[in-house]
Design a protein around this ligand. Structure first.
Ligand SMILES: Nc1ncnc2c1ncn2[C@@H]1O[C@H](COP(=O)(O)OP(=O)(O)OP(=O)(O)O)[C@@H](O)[C@H]1O
Ligand SMILES: [Mg+2]
Length: 511
C-alpha cells in the first residue's frame, strides 16, 4: 500500500459519483495520467487523473485583478494569495479492488475520503500487467514497468495509430525487440515485417557499440527485387485476388489451364513460369477468342511486374522461424500494385502454412497499413485487402496475429481495424482522426481523447484487450540500432551538397 496521501475527495455538482470524482490536493503534486487510490466501504477505488486545475479565489474576477494590478501594486504582495491557491484534480473512477478482485465502480466514496497516489503493486494487478510479458515502457510518475501479456496484446491483433513522427515505428520496434529476446520456454513467435520504407533493416546489422543490442543473428532481410513468386504455386483464387477484374468465365478457363499444367508438371514436365502459361493460353483450343485475348492481356500485366518465376523464392517455410525476424524490404518499390501483390501473396502463404502448422505462430507487421488495407478503394486498388481482412477475422484461431500501423486511421479498412482488439495510440491532433479513433476504441471518453492531443512524442495510450483499463505511458527507447533514415534535415541537406560537389570535382579531374 502506498502511504503517499495526497488529497481529499470534495463535493461538486456532479460528484463524487461512480463516474466522476474530484479531489483537492493537500500535499505534493499530481499529474494528468496518474492513478490514485482511496479506501472506502466498497474496497479500494482506483481512479485516473484526467485533469488538474489550479484555482485561487483572489484571481477569479478578471476586472478586479486588472484594476488592482494596474495601480502598480501586486495582488500577492498585499494579500495572502498563495494561501488561497489550491489544486483540484478531476478523476475518472476506474474500478474497485477488493481481496484480489476488481469490480466496476458502482458506488462512490464520500466527500472527505482520503486519496493516495496509487501504489505500483496495486496498479500492476489492477491494470492486468504480466511479469512474463513484453515490456513496452513505463507508467510515468509511478515507476511502473508496462509489462504486457503477449497473448492479450497480440492474439486479437494490435493497431498502432498516431500522426506522423509521434513514435509509431519506435513503439513497434520495442515490441519486436521484446519478442526477439524471449526465451524458448516462455513461447516465441516469428515476426514478419512488411517494411515499406526500409526502416527496420538495421535489425540485421551487427552491433559494434555497447549501447545497442545485437539482433543480427535473428534477422533476415529479403529485398523486394529478390522475391519471386512461383507460378505453379498460384491457385485460381490467388490469381483472382491479384486480378480483381477477371470475370467468372475467365477464372474458370484460366483455372482449368493452370490445373492442367500443374498436373503435367507432376507427371514430369517440371515447374513452369508465366511465359509457359501464356504459350499454353495462346494455343488452348477450347478457349473462345475473346477470352483468350482477355486472359493474355491479364497475363501481360502480371508479367510487367517481373516477380513471377518457376519456383517461390525465398521459400516461406525456410524463412519463418520461432524467435526470428523476417523483414520484407519493399522500399525499392514505387508501384503500389506490386507492393500489394507481394504482401498479399506472402500473407496468403503465411496464413495457409500457419493453418497447416508448417510455421510457428507469427506476428505480421504492416507499416503504412492504410496503403495495404485501405478503406473504400476499389478492389483493383486493394489487392492485399481481402487476405489481411481474413487474417484479422480468423487469425486468432490459428495464432496468426496482425500489427497494423497507420497515421491515417480514417483510410484504414474498418473491417480490419475493428478486429484489432488492442490499440496503441500515440499523439494525434487532427480532429477527424481523433474522432475516428474515439469511435473505434471502446472505453475512451472525451477527456481521454483530449489527453491524446497533448501527448508528447513517445508517449502513448494503450486501450483494449491488453490492459484492464486505458493506460497512458511512456514508450521505452529502442535498444536495436536505429534506422539510418532518421537523420536531421540539416545533416541530410549538407550531405547531399557535399556528395554533389565531390561528383563534380571527380568529373572535372577526369576531364
Ligand atoms: N519512445 C521514444 N523515446 C524516445 N524518442 C522517441 C520515442 N518515440 C519516438 N521518438 C523520436 O521520434 C522520432 C520519430 O519516431 P517514429 O519514427 O517512431 O515516428 P512514426 O510515428 O513512425 O512516424 P512516421 O509516421 O513518419 O513513420 C524518432 O526518430 C525518435 O527520435
Ligand atoms: Mg514510422
Amino acid at each position: 500500500m502506498s502511504d503517499k496521501e495526497i488529497g481529499t475527495v470534495v463535493s461538486t455538482p456532479d460528484g463524487p459519483s461512480p463516474a466522476c470524482l474530484d479531489f483537492v490536493v493537500n500535499e505534493g503534486t499530481i499529474h494528468r495520467g496518474q492513478f490514485v487510490e482511496m479506501d472506502y466501504s466498497e474496497g479500494t477505488m482506483v481512479a485516473l487523473v484526467q485533469d488538474v486545475i489550479k484555482t485561487n479565489r483572489y484571481f477569479e474576477r478578471a476586472e478586479s485583478v486588472k484594476e488592482f494590478e494596474s495601480s502598480g501594486r501586486k495582488l500577492f504582495e498585499q494579500f495572502p494569495t498563495t494561501e488561497w491557491e489550491f489544486l483540484l484534480a478531476k478523476t475518472r473512477p476506474l474500478g474497485v479492488y477488493k481481496e484480489g478482485m476488481i469490480k466496476r465502480s458502482s458506488f462512490p466514496p464520500s466527500p472527505g475520503t482520503r486519496v493516495r497516489v496509487a501504489a505500483a503493486e496495486t496498479l500492476k494487478k489492477f491494470l492486468g500487467f504480466d511479469d512474463e510479458g513484453l515490456q513496452l515502457g513505463e507508467v510515468e510518475y509511478h515507476s511502473l514497468p508496462v509489462n504486457l501479456n503477449m497473448t492479450k496484446l497480440l492474439s486479437k491483433h494490435l493497431a498502432v495509430l498516431a500522426m506522423s513522427g509521434a513514435g509509431k515505428s519506435v513503439a513497434t520496434r520495442v515490441i519486436m525487440e521484446e519478442i526477439l529476446i524471449r526465451e524458448k520456454e516462455k513461447g516465441r513467435m516469428a515476426i514478419v515485417v512488411m517494411d515499406i520504407h526500409g526502416e527496420y533493416t538495421s535489425f540485421a546489422e551487427p552491433v559494434t557499440d555497447k549501447e545497442h543490442k545485437d539482433y543480427s543473428s535473428k534477422t533476415r532481410v529479403v529485398k523486394a527485387r529478390d522475391i519471386k513468386i512461383g507460378v505453379p504455386k498460384l491457385t485460381i483464387g490467388i490469381l483472382a485476388g491479384m486480378l480483381p477484374g477477371l470475370s467468372a468465365a475467365q477464372q474458370r478457363d484460366l483455372g482449368r489451364i493452370l490445373e492442367r499444367m500443374k498436373k503435367e508438371m507432376k507427371d514430369g514436365l517440371g515447374p513452369f513460369d508465366l511465359g509457359a502459361l501464356r504459350t499454353e493460353l495462346a494455343k488452348d483450343s477450347d478457349l473462345k477468342d475473346n477470352t483468350r485475348k482477355a486472359l493474355l492481356g491479364w497475363m501481360a500485366t502480371l508479367d510487367q511486374l517481373r516477380i513471377f518465376s518457376k519456383i517461390d523464392s525465398p521459400s516461406i517455410s525456410d524463412l519463418i522461424k520461432p524467435g526470428q525476424l523476417t523483414i520484407i524490404d519493399l522500399s525499392d518499390l514505387i508501384n503500389l500494385k506490386k507492393k500489394q501483390i507481394i504482401v498479399s501473396y506472402f500473407a496468403q502463404k503465411l496464413f495457409y502454412e500457419r493453418k497447416n502448422n508448417k510455421i510457428p505462430p507469427f506476428l505480421l507487421v504492416l507499416e503504412e497499413a492504410h496503403q495495404l488495407v485501405p478503406e473504400g478503394t476499389s478492389k483493383e486498388g486493394a489487392i492485399s485487402r481481402p487476405i489481411i481482412e481474413t487474417i484479422a477475422r480468423e487469425g486468432r484461431k490459428f495464432n496468426a496475429s496482425l500489427c497494423l500501423i497507420s497515421q491515417r486511421p480514417i483510410q484504414l479498412s474498418t473491417t480490419a481495424l475493428s478486429q484489432c482488439n488492442t490499440h496503441l495510440i500515440l499523439r494525434v491532433t487532427n480532429p477527424y482522426d481523433l474522432d475516428h479513433i474515439g469511435k473505434g476504441s471502446e472505453g475512451l471518453d472525451r477527456r481521454s481523447l483530449d489527453m491524446i492531443t497533448s501527448l508528447r512524442v513517445g508517449e502513448g495510450l494503450l486501450v483494449g484487450e491488453a490492459v484492464n483499463y486505458p493506460v497512458f505511458f511512456k514508450v521505452r527507447k529502442n535498444n536495436s540500432l536505429e534506422s539510418r533514415h532518421e537523420i536531421p534535415l540539416e545533416e541530410a541537406a549538407i550531405k547531399f551538397e557535399k556528395e554533389k560537389e565531390e561528383t563534380r570535382k571527380e568529373a572535372e579531374e577526369f576531364l
